[in-house]
Design a protein around this ligand. Structure first.
Ligand SMILES: Cc1ncc(COP(=O)(O)O)c(C=O)c1O
Length: 372
């Protein structure tokens, strides 16, 4: 860290800025087969399961890597080789799930929606009625490219009513937006450590319905991403099959303590909501236009239209804010030129006020006259 004295605050969708204690938790080496690490793994799995409202009917399976690895593992494990997946797509991360299924060579189809419009449960019901071969459905909770919140409870209920399995990408919401698997029918909820849980990158996990996982033996075509095999090993020995990201888990354990101290999902979500509200209002006051209406904006990351003034360039805007101590994020939607500012991580009201002040200065310094 001393080599990088000017660490910017990360206003991104993750990796995010973590607390000093979470970083410090990585200053110990762990034996991956040692009893302390076995206890740490068990404790983390229990806490994550509890955060999802899971009891005995569900199980938490960690997996090395980022959120995409956990999604690929869950999909490859639960989707039988003769199964067919319907992916609901209204953004880049839905499209990525379809890409994963394609790479795995599993049968799949997509139902596509506009990237500024939430998924439509009625259309999902129609798609399922029209194709009885579909066995599984996958959707994204917050489409992070636009920052859009999908009506996931309604979607999960439609999928359950139609007798299909449901996999949810909650990678950018887990820990900040409520999701209770005891009430909302999900066969898999996929997330990672380095977003709303405020851990460091390197581990993902899936909260899986045990009944569905128990039927998944032999489905996976990947050895390392087979959650059924990993489940068997963890239940038997408490150990990971392959080298676990030990320091990352130690950091996650500390981050989970801080999450509980903040008031759990409700407390974390309330802070992010406050950040998002202050950010959108402040940017509007400066003349910027949010890509989404407030009603479907998730309190995770906000996409703003880039000013139509030719004097605006994202790299110059980024560098200006970066020099002031804030790292923002490029846009990801396809229909408009946008940039994004994140609300998650160790980001508080003073930080949002800070980035708003820096943005005001950037507008003046770059000579941008037309903001929207
Ligand atoms: C909703 C969603 N899904 C999947 C991913 C991919 O996660 P990762 O980059 O950790 O693989 C992201 C990353 O931002 C995300 O926001």
């Amino acid at each position: 860290m001393s080599n990088f004295p000017k660490q910017p605050l990360l206003l991104t969708p993750g990796p995010i800025t973590t607390s000093p204690a979470t970083k410090e938790a990585m200053l110990r080496d762990w034996g991956s087969r040692d009893r302390d690490f076995i206890a740490l793994t068990r404790h983390i799995r229990e806490q994550l399961l509890e955060l999802a409202g899971g009891g005995k009917a569900h199980v938490c399976m960690p997996v090395q890597g980022s959120g995409t690895f956990a999604m690929e593992a869950a999909l490859g494990t639960l989707l039988p080789r003769e199964g067919k997946l319907l992916v609901l797509v209204n953004g880049a991360y839905g499209a990525r799930i379809a890409e994963i299924a394609h790479h795995m060579g599993r049968g799949s189809t997509t139902a596509s929606f506009d990237e500024a419009v939430p998924l439509d449960p009625g259309a999902v019901a129609e798609a399922l009625d029209a194709d009885p071969a579909i066995t599984h459905v996958a959707a994204v909770h917050c489409e992070t490219g636009a920052g859009l919140l999908n009506p996931i409870e309604e979607i999960a209920n439609v999928v359950a009513e139609k007798g299909r399995y449901f996999l949810l990408d909650a990678i950018s919401t887990f820990g900040a937006l409520p999701l209770d698997v005891a009430r909302v029918p999900c066969d898999a909820v996929i997330a990672s450590a380095n977003k709303c849980l405020e851990g460091v990158p390197g581990v993902g996990f899936a909260i899986l319905k045990q009944e569905s996982l128990a039927k998944a033996e032999g489905n996976a075509t990947s050895l390392s991403l087979d959650l059924f095999d990993q489940w068997r090993a963890l239940e038997k020995t408490g150990q990971w099959r392959f080298t676990p990201p030990t320091h990352v888990l130690a950091a996650l354990d500390q981050a989970l303590k801080e999450h509980a101290d903040e008031g759990g999902v409700a407390g974390r979500g309330a802070r992010y909501q406050k950040n998002a509200h202050l950010l959108v209002e402040g940017m509007r006051t400066l003349g910027f236009k949010a890509f989404l209406p407030d009603s479907i904006q998730a309190p995770v990351i906000v996409a703003f239209h880039s000013p139509p003034d030719p004097k605006f360039s994202f790299p110059a805007f980024y560098d200006f804010l970066r020099d002031k101590g804030y790292a923002i994020y490029p846009g990801k939607v396809t229909a408009a030129d946008t940039f994004r500012i994140g609300c998650i991580g160790q980001v508080f009201e003073k930080d949002i006020r800070g980035v708003l002040a820096a943005t005001r200065e950037a507008v003046a310094a770059l000579g941008i006259a037309r903001l929207s």
